[in-house]
Ligand binder design. Structure first.
Ligand code: SF4
Length: 279
């Protein structure tokens, strides 16, 4: 609280004891809970509900107050994206997060562009009926005027069950590259904190895929550098950026929408290729 941080609690699937709950309730915070949580009351009032699959969506009591996160493999999203269509009128915000981005193939990239284009029509239908839904992959870039990334290690940190701080929960969970950045007794100890800032990410700072997660864990995993992105992350984010450009045009067919907004046409999917071409 002294650092003016907002607390986000990630709950386990089982119900936690009520004295934990009353302690948590004393602090301004956000609740993040799994869609399969046994704590049905918490699941109903949580700020964010996380799904690990697209199965069983028809039975979930969606509402427009909560944000929904769908964790999925790229392949599962390509196969199951239609399961999202019926819930679009029921929600205001969904974030789709890929769990295996580094294994994406050339064929997946082509399919991803097609799937986003199909989803564009469904989202445009919502806008036509006056429902300004947000789906991170497609509407974020359309609404943003500058980089809006995860910013773990700079704007957010995770306090994990071992009492230590990590850049984010992924760094705690991935024992191969896990490294703590302090602990709850001694405080934060972040080496080279500037490297977590966009100003010290030489490729990302000249990029305009503003909606990109710019996942620090993925950077570390793929390139061993926290401020150097993987080819896969860049390509996926640029496919989304280009699909947002098309969505903007689709919504404008119905009337005036974000009149000042321009998403320029570009010919590359990885900014690294552009840098090499310029050299
Ligand atoms: S698309 Fe690539 S260069 Fe652009 S912000 Fe994302 S990770 Fe960085």
């Amino acid at each position: 609280m002294k650092e003016n941080l907002t607390l986000q609690f990630l709950y386990p699937d089982y119900e936690i004891p009520s004295d934990y709950k009353s302690e948590i309730a004393k602090t301004f915070h956000a609740d993040i809970v799994s869609s399969t949580s046994e704590d049905l009351v918490l699941r109903e009032i949580a700020d964010v509900v996380v799904f690990d699959s697209f199965a069983g969506l028809n039975f979930f009591p969606f509402n427009k107050e909560q944000t929904y996160v769908f964790r999925s493999t790229v392949k599962d999203f390509l196969d199951s994206h239609r399961m999202l269509y019926p819930i679009l009128p029921l929600i205001n915000r969904a974030n789709i997060v890929f769990t295996d981005l580094l294994s994406i193939t050339k064929e997946d990239e082509l399919d991803y562009a097609k799937v986003l284009e199909a989803l564009n029509y469904k989202i445009a239908d919502e806008y036509k009926s006056g429902h300004g839904i947000q789906i991170n992959l497609l509407t974020d870039r359309m609404l943003l005027d500058g980089m809006n990334n995860c910013n773990a290690g700079d704007e957010t940190i995770a306090l994990c069950p071992d009492g230590k701080f990590y850049v984010c929960p992924a760094f705690y969970a991935d024992k191969e590259i896990a490294f703590p950045i302090g602990n709850s007794m001694d405080g934060l100890d972040i080496k080279n904190p500037q490297l977590y800032k966009i100003s010290h990410a030489p490729i990302c700072r000249i990029c305009d895929a503003y909606q990109c997660r710019r996942c620090i864990w993925l950077n570390k995993k793929a390139t061993l550098e926290i401020n150097t992105p993987s080819h896969e992350q860049c390509v996926i984010s640029h496919i989304e950026r280009n699909a947002s450009r098309k969505l903007l045009a689709l919504i404008r067919e119905i009337g005036q929408f974000l009149p000042e907004k321009e998403i320029p046409e570009i010919s590359y999917l990885d900014p690294f290729d552009k840098i090499q071409d310029n050299q």
